[in-house]
Write a protein that binds this ligand. Structure first.
Ligand code: IVH
Length: 668
């Protein structure tokens, strides 16, 4: 990039950042997350450090701290409110731990979750809640007492009549945020901030905010000498504390806490954005002191962002197994939530038009959990003049067939059943996790098998030979055997997996399960536990449109699609061949729903009087689910003797714990 380009980009970035900051800090209505503002700022900082001559005093990079919106009266804090220095990697964390050790020697550390909400400071005088302030610039905050008083877990009176300044985080649970999805907030944190800053306290009251306390300011009495002692003291005063903190004797120990919560954060009822590490002893904290903005005795390890910005370098079309032509943004690679992303879905033609995505645009992308990264929004201020409108192709890029767009549908499709793009995707779907789940067969292997002509239909997976596999590039004996073993292990599978894997339109996982149950009720021999695909084919062919429509959860569309599929000679051919290849399908087990159990999710822990497997089967046969780990979705924890960490976790998440006797009475 030359100086002129840099100048242009810098100006665009500043404009965008100013606008986003204004929306966020002043209007409280930003729809983008902090990570996006950070990403823009990072790009600006990088450019400004490359071209220092372009730095101006009004650049957003030159501002320290945050702005106040001016909507509420400002009040000075009793003691300065610090923020935390961030680290983003284990190396940086270790560097901090080394600095601590150098400063105060080997020392106890406390780890807390970094709650992702809004920092609020409470003042109690003689035990009564007098005032609640936002952090503001650290010296003075805004008086938001009217909203904060509506938060139900904040005591209006402490158990002791003392003076106390205490800070913590105000949060909106994932569940409550879910309920206000339509109000346009990017995440629970923005929603919590927006709620607290509402003028009408009734709004805050209705939205179920929660607060957890973690920092002591001024107080009229002698407080405990350690951070862990202070947290327990808060609890004894009636203040809410998020119980999941731990004290560690060594730095290595503390890393376990980090790893555990990085993995389990989804299970929490609230969002967290990292883990906070603090020196536990007050005396040592004071010894380490502060830098201009942050304490040296504490640091925040931030989890990787889930939203960021990047540039669209191209738009390509991907043909799915049903022929759907999905536009994909080819991106300048960026790191999001710990992995590099270079493609993101644009969903369909109308979405491209609605978001007005053009090649060359800077966009916000996001990645949440397992889902495919998507383009959220275009940053119009950053659009280069050369950016051109995108025109959707009229023909399939794989087989050149004219794409069809049925009226009323958003998606264009390739109607050619033999389209190589469609066939590839169907094979990949067939072996995927929720279908046949042959995990030794990755996309690359499937591509190789197609290229060498070894895959004509699904049954071919089951007649592959080692010699065929050894013909593929980079294949050795061991890898070939591994793949054959993986395939052989899935020769007998649950019927619904095959029904899903076949790729019948509108037959998703749930429909496949319901269809398997329906076929089960019509099978020949009621005793059989497994069958061949040829029998399944016959049963499917015998179903009428009306019968299928009558299945609960099925509509005309699904019924029609199944009937149509069953009529195709190709379907019969594939099912016959799967039979011949030795594929066997397990009928679903009968479920007799029991009122206390049906639809509920159980977790089993500790020693029970019967084997866990037996209890699991019993729960499943009564229509319940058994999961391996406790999360917000768990309904009951069935705890036997010597229950351990799962019990702690269930208590912490407020999940109902059952003894074996209580479970037995639930069954009755
Ligand atoms: S301690 C002296 N502990 O993170 C340090 N902060 O960047 C004061 N936060 O403004 C903060 N969870 O809003 C602390 N367990 C925790 C926290 C936490 C979330 C937030 C807080 C603070 C920001 C620091």
């Amino acid at each position: 990039m030359n100086l002129e380009d840099a100048q242009h980009r810098i100006e665009q970035l500043r404009k965008e950042i100013l606008q986003r900051n204004y929306e966020y800090f002043v209007l409280d209505e930003s729809r983008v997350s902090e990570a996006v503002r950070d990403a823009l700022k990072k790009e600006l900082i990088a450019l400004e450090s490359q071209y220092p001559q372009l730095v101006t005093p009004d650049s957003p990079t030159q501002r320290v701290g945050s702005v106040l919106s001016g909507r509420f009266p400002k009040v000075k804090h009793k003691s300065r409110k610090w923020s935390l220095a961030d680290v983003f990697s284990l190396e940086e964390l270790q560097e901090w731990e080394e600095r601590v050790e150098k400063g105060v020697g080997k020392t106890e550390l406390i780890t807390e979750l970094k709650l992702d909400g809004l920092n609020i400071t409470l003042w109690y005088e003689k035990g009564l809640l007098l005032r609640a302030l936002t952090r503001g610039d650290g010296n003075e905050g805004e008086d938001v007492t009217h909203s904060i008083r509506t938060i139900r877990n904040i005591p209006l009176r402490l158990f002791e009549p003392i003076d106390l300044e205490v800070s913590g985080e105000v949060l909106l649970s994932k569940k409550s945020f879910e309920k206000m999805k339509d109000e346009g907030f990017a995440n629970a944190r923005n929603a919590a901030a927006g709620t607290v800053r509402q003028l009408d306290p009734a709004v805050a009251a209705a939205r179920e905010l929660t607060m957890y306390c973690y920092s002591l300011g001024e107080t009229s009495v002698d407080a405990p000498e350690t951070q862990s002692g202070i947290l327990k003291w808060f609890q004894s005063l009636g203040l809410p504390v998020f119980a999941k903190f731990e004290v560690h004797q060594s730095a290595e120990d503390s890393i376990h806490f980090l790893k555990k919560w990085k993995k389990n954060r989804e299970d929490l009822p609230f969002e967290i954005d990292g883990v906070v590490f603090k020196v536990n002893e007050k005396a040592k904290q004071e010894e380490m002191g502060f830098t201009a903005k942050t304490p040296r005795f504490a640091v925040a390890y931030k989890f990787p962002a889930e939203q960021t910005t990047t540039v669209v370098e191209g738009i390509t079309i991907q043909i799915g197994r049903t022929g759907a032509a999905t536009p994909v943004a080819e991106l300048r690679p960026v790191l999001v939530a710990g992995s590099t992303v270079s493609r993101a879905t644009l969903h369909n033609e109308d979405e491209i038009a609605r978001k007005d995505v053009r090649i060359g645009d800077t966009v916000i992308i996001q990645k949440a959990g397992d889902v495919i990264p998507e383009v959220v929004e275009v940053l119009l201020n950053l659009r280069p003049e050369s950016a051109k409108n995108y025109t959707f192709p009229t023909h399939c890029p794989m087989c050149e067939t004219l794409l069809e767009r049925p009226e009323g549908e958003a998606v264009r499709r390739c109607p050619n059943g033999e389209c190589p793009g469609r066939r590839r995707e169907s094979f990949i779907h067939f072996v995927s996790k929720h279908a046949l789940d042959i995990d030794t067969l990755g996309e690359k292997v499937v591509d190789g098998l197609i290229e060498f002509g070894f895959l004509k239909d699904f049954a071919d997976f089951f007649s592959l030979t080692k010699n065929q596999l050894l013909e593929l590039p980079f294949f050795k004996e061991k890898k070939a055997q591994n793949i054959l073993d993986g395939i052989a292990a899935r020769k007998t599978i649950e019927l619904h997996r095959l029904l899903f894997g076949l790729g019948i339109r509108f037959v998703g996982e749930q429909v496949a399960k319901d269809l398997a149950k329906f076929l089960n009720s019509r099978k020949q021999s009621s005793e059989a536990i497994e069958t061949k695909s040829s029998e399944v084919m016959q049963l499917l062919a015998d179903c009428t449109q009306e019968e299928l429509e009558a299945v609960e959860g099925f509509g005309e569309r699904i019924a029609e699609s199944i009937v149509e599929w069953a009529r195709l000679p190709h379907s019969r051919h594939v099912m016959e061949r799967l039979s011949e290849a030795g594929v066997r399908l397990r009928w679903p087990t009968q479920i007799e729903a029991r009122e206390g159990i049906v639809g509920k999710t159980f977790v089993l822990t500790g020693t029970l009087t019967r084997s866990r497997d037996e209890v699991k089967k019993e729960i499943e046969a009564a229509g319940g689910h058994v999961s391996g780990s406790v999360s917000a979705k768990t309904d009951y924890l069935l705890a036997g003797e010597e229950a351990g960490s799962k019990l702690d976790k269930a208590k912490e998440l407020g999940i109902q714990v059952l003894s074996e006797a209580e479970y037995n009475s639930l069954k009755a």
